[in-house]
Design a binder for this molecule. Structure first.
Ligand code: NAD
Ligand code: ISE
Length: 336
């Protein structure tokens, strides 16, 4: 096959990152069209690479020169583009979250099943991260016995005033929701959020930090700390306590230096570099799979599972109660 001709909808932070990696780092793909409601932004990235620029996703998805689509708009806008791609039968890589509600994700799942083809991959890139893959291998080896509980941190230096309390789940903890369930192969049955003392750095619309608890069918409990105005850096950690030992996935090693009476280790300041290799592997594998007519990535069903779980956490943000999670049986279409 010739180069995969890709259209990117949404030219913000991660849209630009993916366009750059496809253009300058990865192989087998070429960005031929871009779109954004803020069309000047689309021109800024599209013009230098000779891409056709649109101000709406429908025109981009329907462009006959576009073989496959990447959707990097905010979560609330994903459904529209994903449904357009399914309707015309083009593969689409949709950044996480698939949508911002279980109801919307279920419609996507139903439309994809109806189309009869695996078209939708969700951007759960931690599944492509080397360290998470190593942890999964360790757990799957059985050497550590059963996992009993997990403790994770999702710390972010700061967020803007458009980031509200539900986004701590839909936008941020959604990564842990997906990757933990993938790591331990368990099913979530209920969720609860507790709000500790709040930081002075938060704003009126956002409760920060938040402690999220996910209870699994086996009895395993995952605790996820989301603190998005922590100030010091972007710091993702995970510790899995098992019967026969403890697995730690700490902040990646970086040089430690002694200077001015201190011993210092730097921490990344945003998400762009922390998972940079994972994004590269994720997008390269997606390009390869689409060119080979294969599908191996996180599915729309995985997106739905995350959204059902997220909805329960959001309900608990309000009430503080333990909220049951009912995902339902995975349709045969998604069983490997
Ligand atoms: P952003 O706000 O920087 O960019 C979004 C862009 O989409 C903006 O340019 C905006 O003008 C445009 N847009 C908004 N509505 C649109 C619409 N209806 N059609 C076309 N364009 C539209 O956001 P971002 O940080 O790039 O995040 C985008 C998505 O990527 C979100 O879903 C986010 O959760 C996800 N994301 C994932 C990761 C990751 O680690 N996997 C990291 C960052 C962002
Ligand atoms: C952002 O949208 C991402 O997806 C990053 O990976 C995440 O860690 C950050 O908290 C989100 O805001």
């Amino acid at each position: 096959m010739e180069l995969l001709r890709i259209g990117v909808v949404g030219c913000g932070a991660i849209g630009r990152e993916h366009i750059d990696r496809i253009t300058n780092k990865l192989s087998g793909g070429k960005v031929v069209a871009v779109s954004d409601v803020f069309v000047e932004g689309a021109h800024k990235v599209g013009d230098p690479i000779g891409a056709t620029v649109y101000n709406n996703s429908a025109d981009l998805v329907n462009d006959p020169d576009v073989d496959a689509v990447i959707c990097t708009t905010p979560g609330f806008a994903h459904k529209e583009t994903v449904m357009q791609a399914i309707e015309i039968g083009k593969p689409i890589f949709c950044e996480k979250p698939l949508t911002t509600s279980a109801e919307d994700s279920r419609e996507i799942v139903e439309a994809e099943i109806e189309s009869g083809r695996h078209l939708v991959q969700v951007g759960f890139m931690r599944r492509y991260d080397k360290s998470y893959r190593q942890v999964k291998e360790m757990l799957d080896s059985g050497e550590f016995g059963k996992p009993l509980y997990l403790k994770c941190t999702h710390w972010n230096p700061e967020v803007g005033t458009n980031y509200d309390t539900p986004m701590a789940v839909h936008d941020t903890a959604i990564h842990e929701i997906d990757v933990l369930h993938w790591l331990v192969g368990d099913e979530y049955v209920s969720a609860q959020v507790m709000m500790p003392r709040q930081t002075k750095h938060t704003h009126r619309e956002l409760k920060d930090p938040q402690l999220m608890f996910l209870n699994c069918r086996s009895g395993l409990i995952a605790m996820v700390e989301v603190f998005v105005n922590c100030r010091f850096g972007y710091d993702i950690n995970c510790q899995i306590v098992c019967e026969e030992g403890v697995i730690d996935l700490p902040t990646p090693a970086s040089p430690t230096f002694r200077k001015a009476g201190g011993l210092t280790t730097a921490i990344e300041q945003d998400w762009k570099r922390r998972f940079i290799d994972a994004y590269d592997v994720e997008i390269q594998e997606w390009i390869n799979d689409v060119r080979n007519g294969e599908f191996n990535g996180p599915t729309a069903w995985d997106g739905l599972v995350a959204n059902v779980t997220a909805d329960a956490l959001v309900a608990s943000q309000e009430s503080g109660a333990v909220v049951p999670i009912e995902i339902g049986e995975m349709p045969a279409f998604y069983k490997k």
